[in-house]
Each structure stands twice: as structure tokens, then as C-alpha cells.
Design a protein around this ligand. Structure first.
Ligand SMILES: NC(=O)C1=CN([C@@H]2O[C@H](COP(=O)(O)OP(=O)(O)OC[C@H]3O[C@@H](n4cnc5c(N)ncnc54)[C@H](O)[C@@H]3O)[C@@H](O)[C@H]2O)[C@@H](O)CC1
Ligand SMILES: Nc1ncnc2c1ncn2[C@@H]1O[C@H](COP(=O)(O)OP(=O)(O)O)[C@@H](O)[C@H]1O
Ligand SMILES: [K+]
Length: 511
């Protein structure tokens, strides 16, 4: 699913109106009905007090159109209008007028702090103050209103976006922004929903397909794409009946050091769980027994170094190299890392200490095969690209590195983002239970497992991240977030694959 900018969404809106010969007012009425249906499905006519706060732009118009639907269906609605400017959108004025048809209670105008209504914890607050048209921080008494709404424990539902949040440009998050519990986002989510500084303001979010012009949507160059379950499913390659293990590649991991052999166990085991035909662990000598007894399915090659890998010699052909988990960064390890890389021509996976070695030895960049996949968390990323000003700067710097070095970056986080040149692929699976030691090692093994099975590098990165997160989601239904461990996530990779083919849950019937 494409993520478009606020400007593109406004153009798509205009193009829809132009082509379908639907007026902007009617489109807004249509959207209000879609949102009403979703709210009605949950509230089922409950007499809970609903307070809708409307701005004076189109977002406010959406709020007024929704208020009309809700009043018509017998909900207890009070509508407020933030009277902050004389410059009211025509759509706002139209729906402001239309509300007269369903109620004698004219919307209450708010112009200063003294006008703020009493709020109660059981109220439902609908935020339709600003949407994608916000162009500066909210200030004055409107800032007080946002703080006032944020202070109440009442449930806050944002229309299109939490007011105050920008869709796709940097902002100071200390400025007033509605903290919503849930957001209905029109047509696509906005880029800010997925970034660590701004994503928290939406609460959970849901995309409402409002039927914007398909031609515009198809042609528009996205800011980023979200990997949907359907997209992930289309990446899957089923196995051939008459295949053998040689058809599914050979992962060779270069991982582990004294005290961090578990990292090697986790990445090797994940490569197997992902379906690599063969897996060999290249490890420090002391780790041999540990690997052989914990993973009977793998083969091992011991380095001469007892506690660290100090060299790289093997006689197997056509390997997919996965290097870095728990490796250490000493001089001997670094030269073994360089030697391993210099023997590769196909994409490799570089994680953890592999990335740290690379940051310390810029001349090693030339050894990295084109389309290799680098999987930094933010600490490792900062060493690679330097400090960033904000989340958008982080993405720009990552794009530059990806282009300059011809590699794919997997920026790990709550929404992991794969960066391939100027293209961004955002992951929407996973949960905070995955913030646990070793879950990144599992990801590196999964991606290497896919590369070995001849998934192209970008697919291996994007699909691997999707499956890793989905495995964590399915496992957390049994283990809760707290009980998730990296090895459990790894053991649920198969369940994540099966889940790709689970039938869609039936939507409840509308009344
Ligand atoms: N394609 C789409 O995405 C569609 C969007 N619609 C709605 O239209 C919204 C965008 O509408 P608008 O462009 O009218 O924008 P908004 O409703 O977000 O408000 C913009 C108005 O507020 C003013 N303003 C901006 N920042 C302000 C601030 N900090 N303090 C005070 N005033 C400020 C602007 O000058 C402008 O007058 C979307 O969020 C959505 O709710 C739908 O109704 C139709 C389809
Ligand atoms: N809050 C979260 N929500 C979803 N996924 C998460 C969250 N926190 C971490 N993860 C995922 O868990 C993994 C952690 O990797 P990493 O930090 O390298 O851990 P380690 O070094 O312990 O292996 C990444 O894939 C990351 O995307
Ligand atoms: K809003």
C-alpha cells in the first residue's frame, strides 16, 4: 500500500472530484458515512456522550458531516467548532449549514479558554480540528484546547490525523498534538504514523478506503510503501515436489564469540527455520560443542581462534554468507570478516558486530557485494550514517548510504523500514515483545535463509522482516509480549508462513 504526502492526497481528492463528477461536499458526506459505519459497529447505539470538535477546514467539515450521521442515528452528540479564523473552507460551511436539518442544537463556537466544555471520563471525543492541512504549530487558546483534551482520560478518536501532527514533514513534537487512542486515516496512513518520534500520537490506526481516483493513486510516486499481507503472500515461493536440499541453498554464518555463542545459535537456527537447505556455522573453536549439541541439523567449521573467529577458511561452494551476530570487533576478527567478504560475489547479510567493524573500517565497503543486506538497529545505524536531526533526516541519510554503496538497509525498530535506493518499504508486523535480546540475530538468519533460497535481495529483506514480525505476533498470542524470547520467535516462522494463507476473517454484517 502506497503512502502519499499531504499534497498528493489533496491532489488525489481533487482528481476524484474532477473525474467522478462528485462534488467535494458529497465526497465528504460519503466519507462521513463510512466512518459512521465503523463507529456504529463498535458502539451499537450506546447512549454514551459524544463530543465532536471541528476545525474550520475540510477536516472540520468531515467532523460536521459525521456529527449529522450520528445525530440522525440517535447518538448523543454535542458539536463544537473552533472559531479560530474567518477563513472557513466551503465544505465546512456546507456541512455547518446541513446540520440544521437534523438538530435544533447549533454547533457551539469555541473562541477562548473560558468556552471549553466540561469533559467526563466516559465521553467519547472526536478530533476533527485539523487534518493534513495543518501548516504550522497550533498556538494560543487552541494550544490550550489540545492540552485540555489530552488531559482528559476520555477516549479520543482522530479523524484522518490527530490534530497538530504533520503528515510527512519534520516537526517539534513538543508543540500541541492530540494524543489519540484511535485514528481513522483516509485512503492511506501517513508517513508520520510509522516514525518513532510521531507514531505514538495516533494510538491504533485504521485505514478507511474512501475511493480516491484509482488512476491518480496508481500513478503517484509514493513516499514509502507498506508491506501488506497480500503483498507478502505474493512473495512466497512454494517448493517443488521433486526438489532436494541442494535446491534451497547453503547458509554459512560467521557469528559468535566467547560469551555470545547464543547469537550464533539463534541466527543459524533461524536460517534453518526459514527453510535453508543446509546451514553451516563458522565459529570460534570453543563454540563447536555448543553449536553441535544445540542444533543437530547444522554443520560447523571451527576457526583457529579459541574464543573469537580469527580466520576464514572453508572448502564449500556457493554459500550465502550471514556475518556479524555476537562476532566481536577485535583486529583478528576484523581481518577474518574482510577475508570472508572478499570471497563473496552474491549479496550477503551483515548484522551487529559486522556493521560495527564496517563503521570502523571504511575501506571494507569495497568488499561488500552489490545488493547486500545490512540490518542495523539505531545504535549501529548512527555509527554508519552519523547523527540525524529527526526521523526524516534519518531516512534521507539512509537512502544516501543505500545509493552510494549499492546496499539494502534494514532499519530495525517498531516499524522496520527497508531502504533500497530511494525506495522505502515499511513493515507493519511485530510487537513490543520483540524488543528482547537476540531477536535481531533471528532476523539475520531469516533473511539469509531466504537469500539462500534464491529470493532476490530486496524480497529477502522485506519478506524476511514481515515474517519475523508476524512470527512474533503469532507467538505473542501464546506467550504474551513479556514471555517472547528470540528462540520462540524463530520457532514461529513456520506459523507465520502458514498464516499467509489463512482466509480473511469475515466482516460483520452492517445493520
Ligand atoms: N484526499 C483526502 O485526503 C481527503 C481529505 N479530506 C479532509 O480534508 C482534510 C484536509 O483539509 P484542509 O486542507 O482544509 O485542512 P485542515 O482541515 O487540516 O485545516 C486547514 C485550515 O486550517 C488552517 N491552519 C493550518 N494550520 C493551522 C494552525 N496551526 N492553527 C490555525 N489554523 C491552521 C489552514 O490555514 C486552513 O485554513 C483532511 O485531513 C481530511 O480530513 C476529505 O474531506 C476529502 C478527501
Ligand atoms: N517495539 C517493537 N515492535 C516491533 N518490533 C520490535 C520492537 N522492538 C524491537 N523489535 C524488533 O526486534 C528486533 C531487535 O533487533 P536488535 O535490536 O538487533 O536485537 P538484538 O541485538 O538483541 O538481536 C528487530 O527486528 C526489531 O525490529
Ligand atoms: K483531526
Amino acid at each position: 500500500m502506497k503512502i502519499l504526502s499531504a499534497q498528493q492526497l489533496a491532489e488525489a481528492d481533487q482528481s476524484t472530484i474532477d473525474k467522478n463528477q462528485i462534488s467535494s461536499n458529497d465526497l465528504m458526506g460519503h466519507i462521513a458515512k463510512l466512518i459512521f459505519d465503523k463507529i456504529h459497529q463498535r458502539l451499537q447505539g450506546s447512549p454514551v456522550p459524544i463530543k465532536i470538535f471541528c476545525g474550520i477546514g475540510k477536516n472540520g467539515g468531515d467532523g460536521l458531516a459525521l456529527a449529522r450521521q450520528m445525530i440522525q442515528h440517535g447518538y448523543h452528540v454535542t458539536t463544537y467548532v473552533t472559531n479560530c479564523s474567518k477563513k472557513r473552507a466551503p465544505e465546512f460551511l456546507y456541512h455547518y449549514d446541513k446540520i440544521k436539518e437534523v438538530t435544533k442544537d447549533w454547533p457551539i463556537l469555541l473562541s477562548c479558554k473560558e468556552d471549553f466544555p466540561d469533559l467526563h471520563p466516559q465521553d467519547i471525543i472526536i478530533d476533527a480540528i485539523f487534518g493534513t492541512g495543518i501548516n504550522r504549530p497550533i498556538d494560543g487558546w487552541m494550544a490550550d484546547l489540545v492540552h485540555y483534551l489530552n488531559k482528559t482520560p476520555a477516549f479520543k478518536l482522530a479523524i484522518d490525523m490527530p490534530s497538530g501532527l504533520y503528515a510527512n514533514t519534520p516537526q517539534d513534537i513538543a508543540t500541541p498534538i492530540i494524543q489519540a487512542q484511535h485514528t481513522f486515516s483516509f485512503e492511506t496512513p501517513k508517513l508520520s504514523f510509522f516514525l518513532s518520534q510521531t507514531g505514538k500520537f495516533t494510538g491504533t490506526f485504521e485505514v478507511v478506503q474512501i475511493g480516491l481516483d484509482p488512476e491518480y493513486m496508481m500513478k503517484a510516486a509514493p513516499l514509502a510503501q507498506i508491506i501488506t499481507p497480500d503483498a507478502a503472500k505474493s512473495m512466497y515461493k512454494p517448493r517443488d515436489k521433486f526438489s532436494h536440499k541442494g535446491d534451497y541453498g547453503h547458509v554459512l554464518t560467521m557469528a559468535g564469540s566467547k560469551g555470545k555463542v547464543g547469537a550464533a545459535v539463534l541466527s543459524n537456527s533461524a536460517a534453518l527455520n526459514m527453510g535453508a537447505g543446509k546451514v553451516t556455522a563458522y565459529i570460534p573453536a570453543h563454540a563447536n560443542v555448543i553449536l553441535q549439541s544445540s542444533l543437530p541439523e547444522i554443520m560447523t567449521i571451527s576457526s583457529l581462534g579459541e574464543n573469537f573467529i580469527t580466520d576464514f577458511e572453508h572448502d564449500i561452494k556457493d554459500i550465502t554468507l550471514c556475518v556479524g551476530p555476537g562476532l566481536g570487533t577485535g583486529d583478528d576478527v576484523s581481518s577474518a570478516f574482510a577475508k570472508a567478504l572478499s570471497q563473496q560475489s552474491l549479496p550477503v547479510v551483515i548484522d551487529a558486530d559486522g556493521l560495527n567493524i564496517l563503521s570502523d573500517n571504511s575501506d571494507y565497503w569495497k568488499l561488500i557485494p552489490k545488493n547486500s543486506i545490512l540490518t542495523p538497529h539505531d545504535g549501529e545505524l548512527e555509527k554508519l550514517i552519523g547523527q540525524w536531526k529527526d526521523d526524516y533526516d534519518r531516512l534521507e541519510k539512509a537512502k544516501k548510504l543505500s545509493i552510494d554503496k549499492d546496499v539494502i538497509l534494514v532499519l530495525k525498530g517498531a516499524h522496520t523500514i527497508a531502504v533500497s535506493g530511494k525506495n522505502l518499504y515499511i513493515n507493519d508486523t511485530g510487537n513490543p515483545g520483540m524488543a528482547t535480546a537476540g531477536s535481531g540475530d533471528v532476523l539475520s538468519g531469516i533473511i539469509a535463509g531466504l537469500l539462500a533460497q534464491k529470493y532476490d535481495a530486496l524480497t529477502a529483506a522485506v519478506f524476511g522482516v514481515f515474517l519475523h514480525g508476524r512470527a512474533g505476533d503469532i507467538a505473542s498470542q501464546t506467550y504474551a509480549h513479556e514471555g517472547l524470547k528470540a528462540s520462540i520467535i524463530s520457532n514461529f516462522v513456520g506459523a507465520a508462513i502458514l498464516d499467509l494463507f489463512r482466509p480473511e476473517p469475515q466482516q460483520p454484517q452492517q445493520q
